[in-house]
Design a protein around this ligand. Structure first.
Ligand code: NAD
Length: 305
């Protein structure tokens, strides 16, 4: 049973409905995984075209259904996904036991969304951020005690369907019973390996991972290696067999890199060796300016769409 026990606000039957806010690379994949586990999902994104207010989330769902090689999500699971937009459907989060925020990595936008959520969510339901680098302490700043009690970080990895790791970060105010219920759901319903990380910059995986990716780029540039040559060294031999390090960046989204760097620079102590990654990388800046942000854009290190 997914029962969270009497001391959390999650229904006795466990997590019966999930809301994912942000239908991008991560949010759409997380929503698909939850639906594949047989749990209904409300998937919300912004309104880009007032004539088609749900178009962003709907397009994400359509892409998942068409994803190759195998359908990313079964047709049956897709019926469990309700798409919507944050302007007219946010009040529906009151029906959800767990709200997962997976919008862009910007503290100001996350704060603005949490403020709106606070007014409509059911107290006692879980709310988590998929942030890669923003400390939990900063995310709950300005929110009520009740919000902070129900809040945690659940950091999924890309692509959510294949990456088994999930980092769960609780804050000093987080309700342990609720954190337990979410971790248990991630483990049993989603098949994740749950790693409890502390609220430190970049948590565990990104602190190490971002550093490693940056070093791969610097080494490739300094040594004049092609992407293929660099990946022959840092890809398969270092445990990234399918994509290589550069292919991983195409998958993750190259536009995420400056956000990761900005949050790490803002939070790491001055003498921390991982600050090296905060150095501006002109190649990345130029690629982003040219729209080469990876698979979701017009290409990246490897792929030209
Ligand atoms: P993305 O840019 O692919 O998608 C973000 C989505 O959020 C977009 O569809 C955008 O329209 C939507 N959005 C923006 N503001 C919104 C708002 N106020 N309300 C509703 N929707 C809004 O981003 P992503 O790569 O999926 O990253 C999402 C989060 O997950 C970030 O916090 C990121 O750090 C984290 N993350 C990313 C990866 C990765 O590999 N890309 C891995 C782990 C964690």
């Amino acid at each position: 049973s997914l029962s969270a026990g009497p001391s959390s606000g999650i229904r006795p039957s466990g997590i019966g409905k999930v809301c994912v806010i942000g239908a991008g690379t991560m949010g759409a994949g997380i929503a698909a995984q939850v639906a594949n586990a047989g749990v209904p999902v409300l998937l919300l994104d912004v309104v880009r075209d007032p004539a088609k207010p749900n178009a962003v989330a709907q397009a994400a769902l359509d892409r998942l259904l068409k994803a190759e090689p195998a359908a990313f999500m079964s047709k049956r699971a897709a019926r469990l996904v309700e798409v919507g937009n944050i302007e007219s459907d946010l009040t529906k989060v009151a029906d959800c036991d767990w709200v997962i925020e997976a919008i862009v990595e910007r503290l100001d936008l996350k704060h603005a969304l949490y403020e709106k959520l606070e007014a409509v969510r059911r107290p006692g339901s879980a709310i988590s951020s998929n942030t890669s680098t923003i400390p939990l302490g900063q995310l709950v700043e300005g929110r009520s005690e009740a919000f902070a009690r129900d809040f945690l970080i659940t950091h999924f990895f890309n692509p959510p369907r294949y990456m088994r790791l999930i980092e769960v970060v609780a804050g000093p105010q987080s309700n342990p019973a609720l954190v337990e219920a979410v971790a248990d759901f991630a483990d049993r319903a989603l098949g994740k390996t749950v790693v409890r990380a502390k609220d430190t910059p970049g948590f565990l995986a990104n602190r190490v991972g971002t550093f490693w990716i940056q070093q791969a780029i610097n080494a490739a540039i300094d040594l004049g290696l092609s992407v293929e040559e660099a990946d022959a060294v840092v890809g398969k031999p270092m445990g990234v067999p399918k994509t290589g390090v550069f292919g991983l960046m195409d998958l993750v989204g190259i536009d995420l890199m400056p956000h990761l760097k900005a949050s790490l620079t803002a939070t790491l102590p001055a003498d921390d060796p991982y600050r090296a990654i905060a150095i501006e990388q002109p190649l990345i800046t130029r690629m982003i300016a040219d729209g080469l942000i990876g698979r979701k854009g017009k290409g990246g290190f490897y792929r030209l769409n």
